[in-house]
Design a protein around this ligand. Structure first.
Ligand code: FAD
Length: 308
């Protein structure tokens, strides 16, 4: 059975915080493989991200995945950040370089010590293994500690870009970058939003030919309005899905926008699974109804597990 997972972002106001925690039980009840929580560029959301992760870790039995970015950090700062998340109980990460500030060049020293996501993957492994050794020495009666800490392997996911990263010069550079992330120790890839099944499936074929063996999950979002589509395209640099845009623009009300966005995501989910995807990673916008409707439409939701 294909898996599914969800992405949340840290709330930015008391109102959105309340809405998120009202949605979380329904997302958890659906039985996701993991729930990931985004991290603001330059550490702007460290505490709010940790709060959301803490809710998942303490209140549910779902794996909580922390996105981390490293652009602008020294090795010492990035190591400290990783330690802080490990101390909070996180053992699953999405390692990202993050976007350098507009107008910067690679030689700018303020971009920090880590030049790629692959270097962050290596650093997470190093900090995790140092921490295990430390726990091994610190805890009295260390044979027990050895049993506890040994084998608590971290999951380290990375980003993949089926249509090419905006800074990439060619598809082979994207494939080489993904291969380098796996060589650094990544064991899962999650893609940038995809709108067409062929983009994802063609990319997976090329990645396998290039030697990438880790699982690759397609990033899918039900796009519920023309305004949201425009914003997503601005943020990701992806090409506009012309047919989806045309249908959203032609629709006259919110209910129809929702139906179009959900139908599009259902069809996409079904096509990628038929093509061999082992799961779907759903961008939730912190709302449970649309993504649960997508899973229901794609036949991935166990009705027994539904909260409502
Ligand atoms: P990298 O893989 O290191 O690089 C990205 C690409 O840039 C490479 O594929 C390569 O083609 C090119 N490249 C790398 N180095 C160079 C170089 N020196 N010269 C030229 N080209 C180069 N951002 C956030 O701030 N917070 C988040 O929580 C977040 N979550 C995300 C989740 C997913 C699933 C995805 C797909 C993206 C997310 N992003 C997030 C956005 C991400 O930070 C940006 O896309 C960023 O530009 C790339 O990060 P990366 O880890 O892929 O970097």
């Amino acid at each position: 059975m294909p898996t599914f997972s969800f992405e949340l972002y840290p709330p930015r106001s008391a109102r959105s915080e309340a809405a998120l925690y009202a949605s979380l039980p329904d997302l958890v009840a659906a039985g996701p493989e993991f729930i990931s929580v985004t991290y603001g560029a330059n550490g702007s959301s460290r505490e709010p991200s940790l709060d959301v992760l803490g809710h998942i870790l303490q209140g549910t039995n779902v794996q909580a995945m922390a996105h981390l970015t490293c652009v602008g950090s020294s090795y010492a700062q990035a190591s400290e950040l990783i330690r802080q998340f490990l101390d909070a109980g996180v053992t699953s990460f999405l390692a990202l370089r993050g976007d350098p500030p507009e107008g910067s060049v690679e030689a700018d020293s303020f971009l920090g010590d880590l030049g790629s996501a692959g270097e962050l993957v290596q650093l997470i492994h190093r900090v995790q293994s140092e921490r295990e050794q430390f726990a091994f020495l610190e805890v009295p009666g260390f044979p027990a500690a050895r049993r506890i800490t040994r084998g608590r392997k971290v999951t380290i996911a990375v980003a993949a870009f089926p249509n090419g990263h905006p800074r990439s010069r060619s598809i082979s550079q994207d494939l080489d970058t993904l291969l380098a992330k796996e060589a650094a120790g990544a064991n899962l890839a999650i893609t940038q939003l995809v709108f067409h099944a062929d983009d994802f499936l063609g990319f997976v074929d090329k990645a396998r030919e290039a030697g990438v063996t880790m699982r690759i999950l397609p990033g899918i979002m039900p796009v519920l309005s023309p305004q949201r589509l425009k914003r997503i395209i601005e943020l990701t640099g992806e090409a506009t899905p012309v047919e989806l845009e045309r249908r959203l623009l032609a629709a006259s009300d919110e209910a129809e926008h929702h139906r179009i966005g959900i139908d599009h995501a259902v069809a996409l989910g079904q096509e990628v699974i038929a093509g061999g995807a082992t799961g779907l990673h759903l961008y939730t916008f912190n709302q449970h109804e649309p993504v649960l409707a997508v899973l229901r439409g794609a036949g991935l939701l166990d009705r027994q597990k539904e909260h409502v």
